[in-house]
Design a protein. Structure first.
Length: 405
């Protein structure tokens, strides 16, 4: 038999060996909980979600922000303990305020990464009455002092996608020379397009043509206000981002963040990090239940109809491929590459668009004897009542109407 995988050409991503992608930063229990629908998520819920992260193959999690209030700080440190217990590396958000950081028990200093953040866009600095030079000096002093005490420091450039190129250049050069571990480009307002992401990384490349060899890693944090979070994240990886941030189900402020389950499925076959796809499925399902978010039937990869088809010519083509001995592959003939396996009979639906070949195929799978008359009766019934039927629906139709023996 021929290797039909070699017949599928992809224009999408570079060869997987050219990627320097190292993983997902899961923000589900911090940035994700800024979603106004999710004000009821408990400590135990967060622990369940971290269990799933670890089992899925995600290695890093932002557990929260220090310095909000005493109760929040106590919970934060419990979350740090739990993250470490299940094998996750925890990151703690911290404002440029040493008083906040001093509220973190010093026993955690060697166990967590510190994530500081600041916005240098003109509009945000104007709104906050910030001075660029003073703000940058504060970050330099803070980072230089605490990078000796913590295993990793991340600096998030908030609103990077509305910050001028000259400022971005200054920030990158400063943070790279400081040997900051991670620099995040945050699309805080969710306004970036793939073109804009490319321009940002063009700036990096203009400063450091071989920036993949730098000690400092670049990361991308995307919001979905323009529906671009997933696309922008993929472009950032293509341009050399070692890490991208996301949340399960894409939960988050306003229209949400990049959805982890979509990121990983789109990177299937390209990523170096190991993903346990069955555990990702459980993570997705449990998060849906915890967040009380119903999954649309056409949600990419995950909706219960997302990979199914009732289009006559497409179903017929899948059946032809199955008849050539490629039944396992036939179910993916009109679907993106994905890590899930389905029987062809679970992919094919019957509708007014279906032809005789599809009906006959499903009938044979049900072990029914049929003639042309019974096939015509079934097709006419489907058209008369404008039905869309699965193989189980077809069997019930046959039994209730006596179309076959």
């Amino acid at each position: 038999m021929e290797d039909i995988n070699n017949m599928i050409y992809s224009w999408n991503l570079k060869h997987k060996e050219s990627f320097d992608f190292r993983g997902i930063i899961d923000e589900s229990i911090r940035d994700g909980l800024q979603d106004t629908r999710l004000n009821f998520v408990t400590f135990n819920n967060k622990c369940v979600l971290m269990d799933h992260m670890a089992r899925t193959g995600i290695n890093e999690v932002i557990v929260g922000m220090i310095g909000i209030d005493q109760n929040s700080d106590i919970e934060l440190m419990k979350l740090i303990d739990y993250a470490i217990k299940v094998g996750l590396f925890p990151w703690v958000l911290c404002r440029l305020n040493e008083k906040d950081l001093k509220r973190l028990n010093t026993k955690y200093y060697k166990k967590v990464g510190i994530n500081i953040f600041a916005s240098f866009s003109n509009i945000r600095m104007f709104a906050e009455n910030w001075n660029f030079n003073q703000l940058l000096e504060n970050i330099i002093c803070f980072a230089d002092k605490y990078k000796k005490l913590f295993p990793a420091i991340r600096i998030a450039i908030e609103d990077a996608t509305r910050t001028s190129p000259d400022i971005i250049k200054t920030l990158i050069k400063t943070f790279v020379e400081l040997r900051i571990d991670r620099i995040v480009f945050a699309d805080t307002a969710g306004i970036a397009t793939p073109y804009g992401v490319n321009r940002l990384f063009d700036v990096v490349q203009s400063l450091y043509p071989n920036y993949s060899t730098l000690y400092t890693s670049f990361e991308w944090h995307g919001h979905n206000d323009c529906g671009m979070a997933l696309a922008n994240s993929l472009v950032s990886i293509d341009r050399g981002a070692r890490y991208v941030h996301g949340t399960i189900l894409g939960v988050g402020e306003r229209t949400g963040n990049a959805a982890i389950e979509l990121l990983l499925c789109n990177l299937f076959d390209y990523i170096k990090c190991k993903v346990n796809w069955e555990q990702l499925k459980k993570y997705f399902e449990d998060a849906s239940a915890i967040f009380n978010i119903e999954i649309p039937s056409n949600y990419p990869f995950w909706g219960n109809r997302s990979l199914k088809s009732a289009t006559g010519t497409h179903c017929a083509a899948m059946i032809k491929l199955a008849e050539k001995g490629y039944e396992n592959t036939a179910s993916k003939l009109f679907s993106p590459q994905n890590p899930f396996s389905f029987d062809l009979i679970d992919i094919i639906l019957l509708s007014k668009l279906s032809g005789k070949k599809t009906v006959k195929y499903l009938m044979s799978k049900l072990n029914y004897q049929y003639d042309e008359k019974s096939i015509d009766e079934i097709i006419n019934h489907i058209k008369r009542y404008n039905l869309v039927l699965s193989i189980n629906d077809l069997e019930n139709l046959i039994k209730s109407n006596g179309y076959c023996k």
